[in-house]
Design a protein around this ligand. Structure first.
Ligand code: FAD
Ligand code: SIN
Length: 517
């Protein structure tokens, strides 16, 4: 099969991939591949907004300090300063391409507040900020003559010396990415796509847990691909659980009740109506996420309940519906009137702070391979991400990374003699029952033993159980036809393994990693 060649190959069509594409497109041919419909991304589900210093009450030092406080000071100083100080410029660019953010009647931006922020500094579009950003970015991408976007293209593995039979003798820094093997889900053919620069923008890993706010695409594919290619991955123990997803046991993914609702005045309560957060932190319901999620987890264990409540009954109805129309409609559709009843909420896996290690230019440890967005580990978040800092991180690193990539691209030639994969794939796996069952087991193992509260015994048990699933799945992978579902399971097992391994290494409790002794 003929091999396609692109100057820039981007895997993922969320805020990170689309931003990287728009930044590089004036300098070469760009292909974006995405395994589902182009807008099916974590980005589309982002509610609260994007953080930036935007008015005279606020300043960069405050946003920097809040980011460090949330991250338990494990943050990388330069990453924090770069992201915070570039925020206004990058957000202005989003507006320049047509993104709307809500304004007050007086015409200034309607800045919201979320957990861990000492100021109102979240720009938002109602409670659907991600959808609005994704819409604007996709429109611009479609208009650009240099950008092709291929939907339903599933990246299986990045191509390195390993696939050419070349031995990398010295150290892992010599590993180079030449492109990607991709399953074209519609034609069921595995294609070879060669690139000068490849950018991983594959998003998060929420699907490794049984309860998550992340859509089905969030299976950590990019992180697993890079790990298999011997790239560096770090900080995987820092999985953020959002304190308030809507308790609705059969809904997958869990619907988020934005932290901005607490910023608007909603209060967490027990089944008996007690406001319990003050016992845990003086910032109450608006303490950073790790503290609130842990407090809810603890209260649920003490009371034996499967959920707690978010009380909105005292809030201004008109203002609430204006700010949170989707949340209001969702609650009403389930028969919960937020002004009459408290909303049942439960923590859910939400965001990964770690991932593919990158430098300040978004370059990974693998040559010619960049990583941006949630799949990357920039050091910005430390041990716990500050709310609404992740959309921001994606646009800042897409900007800085693209500048570096454009210069490098000019010096890189396409690799010769890359072999084709020479196999067909399928959308419908032969042994679906095995895949479905193993996936459930992975999610249960991770939720039960590697969730908000961990212990050495729980981690060891998770490790042992996952090892069995790993071996079983490798056998299935070797014996059956490649399919996205099989590959995703393989990637989730890899991600689960990395979370456990990194959690075992970190002995102390810090940020999102809380260990019982
Ligand atoms: P994504 O937007 O997830 O995009 C990943 C892309 O990669 C998708 O197109 C996917 O199909 C593709 N992909 C993955 N694997 C493959 C593969 N193997 N082959 C081909 N394509 C692949 N952050 C904030 O800052 N503010 C918020 O208010 C906020 N609210 C949130 C609310 C929810 C419910 C969720 C889930 C997250 C929220 N976040 C928020 C986090 C934020 O949305 C994400 O971190 C961010 O959108 C990630 O963007 P991304 O471009 O890195 O990845
Ligand atoms: C939310 O709206 O609560 C999510 C914000 C975030 O994850 O940054």
């Amino acid at each position: 099969m003929a091999q396609q060649k692109f100057d820039f190959l981007i895997i993922g069509s969320g805020i990170a991939g689309l931003s990287f594409a728009l930044k590089t497109a004036a300098h070469g041919k760009v292909l974006i591949i995405t395994k589902a419909n182009e807008d099916e991304t974590n980005t589309k589900y982002a509610q609260g907004g994007i953080a930036a210093v935007w008015n005279e009450h606020d300043n960069f030092e405050k946003h920097i300090q809040d980011t460090f406080d949330a991250g338990a000071n494990l943050n990388d100083d330069e990453a924090v300063r770069t992201v915070v100080t570039q925020a206004p410029e990058r957000i202005q660019e989003l507006m320049d391409i047509g993104t709307s953010f809500d304004k007050t009647a007086e015409g200034s931006f309607d800045l919201a507040r979320e957990g861990g922020h000492s100021e109102h500094r979240i720009l938002h579009y109602k409670d659907a900020t991600g959808k609005e950003i994704e819409r604007a970015l996709l429109k611009k991408v479609h208009e650009h003559p240099n950008i092709t976007i291929a939907n339903h293209y599933f990246a299986i593995d990045i191509i390195t010396q390993h696939h050419l039979g070349e031995i990398v003798t010295s150290n892992t820094k010599d590993i180079t990415c030449y492109g990607v093997y991709v399953l074209n889900i519609r034609s069921q053919k595995i294609e070879t796509i060669l690139s000068k620069i490849t950018c991983m923008a594959t998003g998060g890993v929420g699907q490794v847990y049984a309860t998550t706010t992340n859509p089905l695409i969030a299976t950590g594919d990019g992180i697993a691909m890079v790990y298999r290619a011997k790239g560096y991955v770090q900080d995987m123990e820092f999985v953020q659980f959002h304190p308030t997803s809507l308790y609705n046991p059969n809904e997958q993914p869990s619907f988020l009740i934005s932290e901005a609702v607490r910023g608007f005045g909603a209060v967490l309560r027990n089944a008996d109506g007690t406001e319990f957060m003050q016992q845990y932190d003086q910032r109450g319901s608006l303490a950073p996420r790790d503290i609130v999620a842990r407090a809810i987890d603890n209260e649920m264990k003490i009371t034996g309940n499967d959920y707690l409540y978010l009380d909105c009954r005292h809030l201004d109805r008109k203002g609430f519906i204006e700010h949170f129309p989707n949340i209001y409609n969702k609650c009403m559709s389930l028969g919960i009137d937020p002004f009459k009843q408290m909303i049942p909420v439960v923590p859910a896996a939400h965001y990964l702070c770690g991932g593919i290690v990158v430098n300040k230019q978004a370059q990974s440890s693998i040559q010619h391979l960049y990583a941006v967005g949630e799949c990357s580990r920039t050091g910005l978040h430390g041990a716990n991400r500050l709310a609404s800092n992740s959309l921001l991180e994606a646009v800042v690193y897409a900007h800085n990374g693209s500048k570096d990539a454009i210069e490098k691209m000019k010096t890189i030639a396409f690799k010769d003699a890359v072999p084709n994969w020479n196999a067909e794939g399928t959308e419908h796996p032969e042994e679906m029952v095995l895949i479905t069952q193993s996936l459930k087991e992975v999610q249960q193992i991770m939720s039960n033993y590697v969730g908000i509260v961990r212990s050495p015994l729980r981690l060891q048990r998770a490790f042992d159980r996952l090892e069995i699933l790993y071996k079983e799945n490798e056998t299935l992978y070797d014996k059956t036809t490649i399919s996205p579902k099989l590959c995703q399971l393989r990637n989730l097992i890899c991600v689960g393994y990395l979370i456990i391994k990194h959690a075992m290494r970190r002995k102390e409790s810090v940020g999102l990693h809380y260990m019982l002794r």
